[in-house]
Design a protein. Sequence first.
Lengths: 272, 272
Amino acid sequence: MGRAHRESYGGEMSTAASMVFYCLVFIAEILMFGVLSLVLFWVVHYRGGFAWREDVKLEFNYHPVLMITGFIFCMGHAMLVYRLFRCCNKLTAKILHTFLYLLAVPCIVVSTIAVFDSHNLRDPPIPNLYSLHSWLGVITIGLFGLQLVVGFFSFWLLLCCEHGTAKFRAGLVPVHATFGIVTFMLAIATAVTGYTEKALFTLKSDYSKFVDETWVINAQAACLAALAILMGFLLYSSRYARVGTQAVAIVEPPSSSHYVMTQKTYYYREHE
Amino acid sequence: MGRAHRESYGGEMSTAASMVFYCLVFIAEILMFGVLSLVLFWVVHYRGGFAWREDVKLEFNYHPVLMITGFIFCMGHAMLVYRLFRCCNKLTAKILHTFLYLLAVPCIVVSTIAVFDSHNLRDPPIPNLYSLHSWLGVITIGLFGLQLVVGFFSFWLLLCCEHGTAKFRAGLVPVHATFGIVTFMLAIATAVTGYTEKALFTLKSDYSKFVDETWVINAQAACLAALAILMGFLLYSSRYARVGTQAVAIVEPPSSSHYVMTQKTYYYREHE
């Protein structure tokens, strides 16, 4: 398995499974582009657009847009890379995954600066980190950072000693993948609390009167919920996992009745 | 595989993995009992306790307590059954899983009645289903119902024709499991938006002043985030899955160099 990341991993799904898979990926893409468009439309059309420190109320608007860009759009695509790029070798997929994940970093950093500024530079200042949205945000950013460190550590090990560290790196994969989807789910949970706060702070009683902005805000939450369901299914359902991540590969039974087993571990499955 | 649900599935983890597993389950139990105790303490100590339609403000208090009981406590335990009860046969685990899942149903029904009452019987009434919390709630309850239907359909098929439906039922398992954890994650996302709404509606500007209730509400959200991480890891990490759910079982390589293969499909894994 030492050089497994240089192998391609295409073609293991049936045609029907492929069609369902690409259909689901297409819907996920619509949802990811949809939520990004909606948050931009919301901020520009209803919340006055963007500014930096000259207008801290508008500086805040970078926060939802960049957090959705980083945590949902970039991270969502980074996770889908391992499901989508079946025609490439694993190293290409790893580099693309890392690139998309790294794209999220400046978004998250600038977005965090924007929200602290919009609290600290107000007159009077708004306290920081009091709400459960901010607590969830700290946990989510912490997990994101941890994933980044684990990913780089694993990649650094790969560059240092590809063969000797293969077993250790393979052991990290399911943990890294599990924490990845959990981080994505927590990012969604954090986002919907953020939307709730903003809706109640700015729309106040208008929120319950089904004004246009109510629909725009709720539509973003609905998109995020749909993404949670779809991405959960696409990333966790083993039927869409590439063969390279699974422990077993099919060996055709020999036509003769004799078969020499040497230094391999053998597995069998009874027909269900 | 037709009678696989009558087999036990214990003893496949190493001692070290078992220790880590039971430690994580213990923490998950602390968090589930913790969030249930916290929500009860919060409602009784800060929100005036319970009443039915004679006081709709207090009737609302059933909503958070029963939703946490149903979606987090009962559903969380129902999902853990398949990881925990390795000493029983699968049918016992299935019945316990169904029992715990069914326990959640009255909680969710009464909780939904309570929240609709607390909107409709107010003077003036509060509109229903306007907030993103309610939209997320509808999606989560929908998924919960779908899971219930799929679970019963599968169990009914098992009773009708155990052997003939085994392959179909086995195909449902990963879908049911994936949607289960996604429903749990969405329930957490819905809960934290609910806490945010309640905190802003009742505490108003006191929420940002770190009053005692701020800590009690935020602690519940932090427990839920920790549960999302832990349950995500326990339920998705294949290292804690029972062998019966995996496709392969180890066959020791024969000591002789000859081995007769008959009507089985064989798989192999190279040593990593």
